[in-house]
Design a protein around this ligand. Structure first.
Ligand code: ATP
Length: 132
């Protein structure tokens, strides 16, 4: 059976490179499942969890948006930040969540709500993996 080489790359360097049977990512347009021999595509990703499947196991990676490039035998995920479950600092994510929630409760005009909403999404995304 053919496999896909999956690379997850951030500005800090490669996070993961391995072969998998299937990749499920959340593109801006919705969830996309990629199997070997998929047609080439580039898609922007949501703040979401990438699910990398191999032999009945699923490896989860928290992705802070970015892009997915698909070739028939390779998937590259380029993200501003990405963490596998074992690299997620739960306390840090909880603190980031609380900080963002507090900012969003503040009704003053000085708050960058969009930035706070993104920070909240990143924190919730990390906690979802860490708690699963
Ligand atoms: P924080 O406010 O805690 O920095 P953030 O969502 O603003 O969270 P990012 O800008 O997405 O953080 O990431 C900055 C760097 O910190 C990246 O290398 C990312 O992998 C890492 N990082 C952020 N939060 C965590 C976490 N909870 N556990 C492990 N690494 C994290």
């Amino acid at each position: 059976m053919s496999t896909l080489t999956v690379s997850v790359v951030t500005p800090e360097g490669p996070i993961l490179e391995d072969s998998f049977d299937m990749v499920v990512c959340k593109a801006e347009t919705g969830e996309i499942g990629i199997l070997p021999k998929h047609i080439p595509l580039v898609a922007p990703l949501q703040i979401s969890i990438a699910r990398l499947k191999k032999a009945g196991d699923t490896r989860q990676v928290a992705i802070s948006g970015g892009f997915m490039e698909v070739q028939p035998d390779k998937v590259t995920i380029l993200a501003q930040s990405a963490e596998t479950a074992d690299h997620i600092d739960i306390l840090r994510a909880k603190e980031a969540k609380e900080r963002a929630e507090k900012r969003l409760q503040d009704k003053s005009d000085t708050i960058d709500r969009y930035r706070a909403e993104l920070a909240l999404k990143r924190a919730i995304n990390r906690l979802e993996i860490a708690n699963s």
